[in-house]
Ligand binder design. Structure first.
Ligand code: SF4
Length: 359
């Protein structure tokens, strides 16, 4: 039987909250599709502390994924403890920032959350809630401004703030205004292709390419670059595995339709991340084993495209991903450098070259 190396990552994804207060039309959290794999609940501080105490090799944790981290009632304790232990926390997958307690606005600065991606798909009170249903643009902006003010007061570069703008037909005209506002607030501006091209599709492709440097759909991106937009997500199975708030092993941040067996809190992180089912999934993604119905990847379109194209994950690709993940982590700790690097990446051919690894 072919084998892949045992994983013992220094970086993991750990969902802090399994629910969200918004009702975004294309979001699987909003329509309940994430259940039962993710379930409604939140990461308990005691579980988090135990995980850190038992796994000193873990130095970086991404907290955000399908839920809104600021709804976790124990988030402040989590931030504080990670800070004491020198573990770098990020919320780079995204937060909506609509409901944040005042002590947390200060806490993310005081306890040095390293990076935070704010999902703001619009530059006005009218446009923003068309996708972020139940959200309020002014509240989000006020919360960003409060964090910026705390950064100034603490003389801290953290969290590095990114304005993520999913481009739709209804908001594309606000790209220039959003970019200006992001610059004013010292945020990195990051336009993004929607994964659902049926909701409010882009109208003016040339304008969006010029303003945002992105394709209108992920299919167009794949045709132009010969790279599957979501393929880098699979690398997480080895380098930054996703753990649910209750310890279940979800493997990657895309998966919400089943778990890979094992529980990071009950079985220990390293044994859970190397249980037979996830080890089989890794071999499957490398084309070393056939698809198996009980492995979540079998039903994922990213894996299905690999099978169709015969382009499975390779060892050298994983090495590159490890390199870029570390470089990205280093860059995030140098906020100015990170901002400049992202801008060069956005404006130049590096975008096409590095896309498979740098997100
Ligand atoms: S195939 Fe799909 S579920 Fe499996 S690791 Fe890749 S993105 Fe995640």
């Amino acid at each position: 039987m072919a084998t892949t190396p045992r994983t013992n990552p220094s970086s993991i994804h750990l969902e802090a909250m399994g629910a969200c207060q918004l009702r975004c039309p294309s979001c699987p959290t909003a329509d309940g599709s994430i259940r039962p794999a993710i379930a409604s609940g939140y990461l308990r501080f005691e579980r988090f502390r135990q995980l850190l105490d038992d796994n000193p090799q873990v130095r970086a944790i991404e907290l955000s994924n399908y839920g809104e981290i600021f709804l976790n009632p124990q988030l402040l304790d989590i931030l504080r403890y990670a800070h004491v232990r020198g573990v770098a926390l990020t919320a780079a997958n995204g937060v909506n920032l609509n409901t944040v307690k005042p002590e947390l606005l200060e806490g993310v600065v005081k306890y040095q959350l390293r990076a935070m991606t704010c999902s703001i798909d619009g530059a006005s009170k009218e446009t923003y809630p068309i996708y972020r249903v139940k959200g309020d643009f002014d509240t989000v902006l006020a919360n960003v401004r409060a964090i910026v003010e705390f950064k100034r007061r603490y003389r801290s570069p953290y969290p590095v703030l990114t304005w993520q703008f999913i481009v739709f037909g209804h908001n594309e005209h606000e790209l220039p205004a959003a970019r200006r506002l992001a610059e004013e607030l010292g945020m990195i501006f990051k336009p993004k292709i929607s994964w659902d091209d049926t909701f409010s599709p882009i109208k003016d492709r040339a304008f969006v390419m010029r303003e945002a440097g992105i394709h209108a759909t992920r299919d167009e991106f794949a045709q132009a670059t010969h790279v599957d937009y979501a393929r880098p997500t699979c690398h997480q199975l080895w380098n930054e595995p996703q753990v649910n708030w209750d310890g279940k092993i979800l493997g990657c941040c895309r998966n919400f339709w089943g778990d890979f067996g094992g529980n990071a809190f009950d079985d220990g992180l390293v044994p859970a991340l190397n249980n037979p089912k996830i080890a089989y999934a890794r071999r499957m993604l490398m084309g070393q084993e056939p698809a198996r119905g009980d492995v979540p990847c079998a039903t994922c379109d990213v894996y299905q495209r690999m099978v169709t194209d015969g382009r499975f994950i390779t060892t050298s690709e994983l090495r590159w991903h490890t390199f870029w993940t570390r470089l990205n982590g280093f860059a995030r700790r140098q906020p100015r450098l990170y901002g400049v690097a992202r801008e060069i990446y956005r404006r130049t051919g590096a975008r096409r070259l590095l896309r498979p690894w740098l997100r």
